[in-house]
Design a binder for this molecule. Structure first.
Ligand SMILES: Cc1ncc(COP(=O)(O)O)c(C=O)c1O
Length: 468
């Protein structure tokens, strides 16, 4: 036990270990806050803080006036990790269908052609901020911004990250045109053609596309829908193959919304040291967490091996095309890559966003967004509860989607084409692996309000699953 850690973290680690080891079973109630205070000699606020963090990881949930219950289902969500189910590294070759789905923005909305609803107030304020920054520019259009991006915005981002345990500053942040570009710059910097990159499976399809583009080989690491990449499996892989980099989403990973426990994160950093590995942290969903926001993986990194990548796409607007990368030991090489590939980012957009964050509008917007996302997730889960064919469904505490598994005979790719004929776009499970796995799964987004059209589209999809 590391006694230099704050008390709430020691307690959090202890309960988490108990849950992951199966000492606390799914559905069991944890001792009351008062009992935990007595048992651990801690103040109520310390216990509450630890429980809130465990809830953010999706390991427990609070039920009104009943206490905290374990939600982690070991048998249900832990992927058995055997070497024989791991394929050797291979080049990535994504199909035409894959590209087709990607060009339809990979279905974060079931009905992407029917834009409904009003613009949230927070976005109206963002527009104003950006408009003001544009008007202030006057004759400045003849200059490029500095390659790392606007210092004021970088400072604001560093402050946001500091709340999540990172101790870096603005000089270690480089603005990009989105998280996809951040990961691209990271891979381009640390890897050379033919290198092997470990990724989550199921994991983010955008990374597979990048690996294909950069002629890198992929090795897919079994990934739990609850606790993320299986670190034991990764360790076996690293002992067998020469892996250059590993891309992970420690917080509310797509597609299932998993959160990596602290012990797994620490082990991942240790493995990176042992095997001279670069870790690319895709943190894009972290700020959506309504029960709490996990610390960054980068906060555990003391030797600059973690390249932190993120953006405002999932929490503010995809259209801003505003992301960042904190490149650790590779930061200056990444900056150079950005300079040669893009020269600079749009200055007035950055300045507008900086003001938006500084004035507190972003924090207020995030609070409302999280509340809304939780409600939309609950509505989706309620709907799915009526689908007898859904074998298992994740119930994340953040992110924008749930992952639904149907019986093995169902192929969601077939449903994709039929749904498309009716104007509905779905995200079939195959998309989340380069090895034709997860064909019986579907990622369903709760990013948008369940208005009549979306609810009808959802009902229709479930009908198609039952009667393809
Ligand atoms: C996990 C993950 N990482 C990165 C991205 C790319 O995000 P951006 O729009 O910031 O480039 C996405 C977009 O869907 C994503 O889901």
């Amino acid at each position: 036990m590391d006694h230099s850690l704050p008390k709430y973290q020691l307690l959090e680690d202890e309960i988490e270990q108990g849950i992951v080891d199966g000492r606390w079973k799914c559905g069991e109630r944890l001792p009351s806050i008062r009992t935990l205070c007595d048992l651990h000699g801690c103040a109520k606020i310390t216990i509450q803080h630890a429980l809130q963090r465990l809830e953010a990881k999706g390991l427990i949930e609070s039920r009104e006036r009943a206490g905290f219950f374990v939600t982690y289902e070991k048998e249900k969500f832990d992927t058995p990790c055997r070497m024989e189910c791991i394929e050797s590294p291979k080049p990535v070759s994504v199909s035409e269908l894959f590209r087709d789905i990607m060009t339809r923005s990979a279905a974060f909305d079931l009905t992407p052609n029917l834009h409904t609803g009003e613009m949230p107030q927070g976005i109206v304020q963002l527009n104003r901020s950006i408009g003001r920054a544009l008007r202030r520019q006057k004759g400045d259009f003849q200059y490029y911004d500095e390659p790392a991006g606007d210092p004021g915005l970088r400072h604001q981002l560093a402050m946001l990250l500091a709340k999540r345990g990172w101790t870096g500053d603005a000089s270690e942040v480089c603005i990009t045109s989105g998280c996809q570009q951040s990961i691209f710059l990271a891979l381009l910097t640390v890897c050379s053609e033919g290198d092997v990159v470990a990724v989550e499976s199921p994991g983010f399809y955008g990374v597979l596309q990048l690996l294909e583009q950069l002629k890198l080989k992929v090795i897919e690491v079994p990934t739990s829908l609850q606790t993320g990449m299986d670190i034991n499996a990764l360790s076996d892989i690293l002992n067998q193959w020469n892996v250059r980099a590993c891309v992970v989403q420690p917080a509310f990973a797509t597609p299932g919304g998993s959160v990596m426990p602290r012990a797994a994160r620490t082990r991942l950093i240790e493995l990176a040291e042992e095997h001279d590995l670069a870790i690319i942290e895709d943190d894009i969903y972290a700020e959506t967490g309504w029960a709490g926001i996990p610390d960054t993986l980068k906060s555990l990194d003391h030797s600059g091996r973690v390249i932190h990548c993120s953006s405002l796409s999932k929490v503010l607007s995809r259209d801003l095309r505003l992301g960042w990368v904190c490149g650790g030991r590779w930061h200056s090489a990444i900056l150079q890559m950005k300079l040669t590939s893009q020269l600079a980012s749009s200055r007035f957009v950055q300045q507008g966003v900086e003001t938006y964050i500084k004035e507190g509008d972003f924090a207020a917007f995030l609070r409302k967004l999280r509340f809304r996302l939780r409600k939309q997730r609950d509505q989706l889960l309620e709907h799915l509860a009526n689908c007898p064919l859904a074998v298992r469904t994740t119930a994340p505490q953040g992110g924008l989607a749930v992952w639904v598994e149907f019986p093995g005979a169902i192929n969601t790719i077939d449903i994709y084409s039929k749904a498309l004929d009716e104007g509905i776009v779905i995200t079939p499970g195959n998309l989340f692996s380069g090895s034709d796995r997860f064909g019986n799964c579907l990622r369903i987004s709760f990013a948008h309000p369940w208005d009549n059209q979306r609810t009808r589209a959802l009902t229709r999809i479930l009908e198609l699953v039952q009667d393809p």
